[in-house]
Design a protein around this ligand. Structure first.
Ligand code: TXA
Ligand code: MG
Length: 344
């Protein structure tokens, strides 16, 4: 891992200035956010944005989240209605991404938005990300800094391992506080719609703007509004078995546990949160999936995680990792379907 280590830098005024310079030259820099690490590029530079898709080996049609230093900067690229303004005031900087209409004079690369008339915008809640954004003085297109189809990185070492040779610098902000991606909320339709559950729970958004529409099983399976809803978005290389409750024990499996009543006898075990704390579980999720993703295990058995609060986002990631349809209660034909599309 020596090659990976050499591109990791502690964030200092000097390394942040270097990162900003690299970005202005069209290079890619990974930086910490409160959710997961982002693979950042100058969002107004088509070539740099193309390099992001290349590095991630991500299909072109999957649009990227564009990050800003503050609400005012974001308002230069997207049309904010009253709901958007309200949510931005309440949750930014923070783990909420808003999908809004692009403003007519939006300077952001169309490639970053995959040619859509909409743009996904967010102000991240992390000091290093905000310093970098204000030093660059422009928006950063930044998907999660993993290769497409793999789990999102929550430490600088994860990024360096996966993207060696593709990223010029990784700013090391330590492990991500939230550890799960931002909630993606689409405000461009008739009703607000959560395209991806994430760090800001549904109920917190509903407390601000009222009830949210729920995506139907048919829509999820056939014509997803967010390409990131593709199945097997977050996939380890060995099979994942959900809802393992003790059940028939398979000693060759590793166990991803939750809570205090952990069955014994698995080949390995990680506990998302022995205390049953969903925030702790979210923060541990991707790192633990990586730790258990080893060829010498037959698979990963996952204990049930409650669906409340951050549990919705955790279970969403686990179902995708297991290759199950988003709406687990959809018809069987949809449930077993594996999408060829790999998103990132
Ligand atoms: O927490 C996060 O959101 C992290 C950090 C780095 O900010 N970023 C992240 O980006 O997870 P990415 O690219 O891995 O996921 C972006 C999600 C995808 O599901 C994508 O399809 C959706 O946002 N998205 C982006 N632009 C969109 C748009 N215009 N319309 C609908 N969905 C969009
Ligand atoms: Mg991603």
């Amino acid at each position: 891992m020596m090659a990976g280590d050499s591109i990791i830098a502690r964030p200092t005024p000097e390394t942040i200035a270097r990162a900003a310079r690299l970005i202005s030259e069209g290079r890619l820099v990974a930086f910490p956010t409160e959710t997961v690490y982002g693979l950042g590029a100058d969002a107004t530079d088509d070539r740099a944005v193309a390099a992001v898709f290349e590095a991630k080996e991500r299909p072109r049609f999957n649009p990227l989240i564009v990050h800003f230093a503050d609400v005012e900067a974001a308002q230069g690229t997207a049309v904010f209605d009253e709901r958007a303004k309200r949510l931005a005031r309440r949750f930014w900087p923070g783990a909420l991404t808003l999908v809004l209409p692009r403003s007519p004079d939006c300077p952001v690369s169309l490639l970053a938005c995959a040619g859509l008339e909409t743009i996904a915008v967010r102000v991240p809640g992390h000091e290093v990300a905000l310093k970098l954004l204000s030093t660059v003085r422009g928006p950063l297109a930044a998907p999660s800094a993993n290769r497409s189809g793999l789990v999102s990185p929550t430490t600088a070492v994860h990024v360096a391992e996966e993207l060696t040779g593709k990223v010029a610098l990784v700013l090391d902000g330590g492990p991500c506080r939230i550890g799960i991606e931002s909630t993606v909320l689409d405000l461009t339709g008739r009703e607000p719609l959560v395209l991806r559950p994430g760090g800001v729970p549904r109920a917190a958004i509903e407390a601000e703007i009222g009830p949210l529409a729920r995506i139907g099983a048919a829509e999820a399976a056939s014509a997803p509004r967010s390409p990131g809803l593709a199945l097997r978005h977050y996939a380890p290389s060995i099979p994942l078995r959900l809802e393992a409750r003790g059940g028939p024990l398979r000693p060759e499996e590793a166990l991803l546990a939750f809570g205090a009543n952990v069955p014994a006898g698995y080949a390995a075990e990680r506990n998302l949160s022995a205390a049953g704390d969903l925030g702790e579980a979210a923060a541990n999720l991707f790192a633990m999936l990586r730790e258990l993703d080893r060829g010498d295990f037959a698979g990963i058995a996952v204990m049930p995680v409650p669906e409340s609060g951050l549990g919705e986002a955790i279970n969403d990631r686990l179902r995708r990792a297991a290759g199950e349809a988003l709406a687990a209660k959809g018809p069987v034909s949809q449930r077993g379907r594996r999408s060829p599309q790999r998103a990132g």
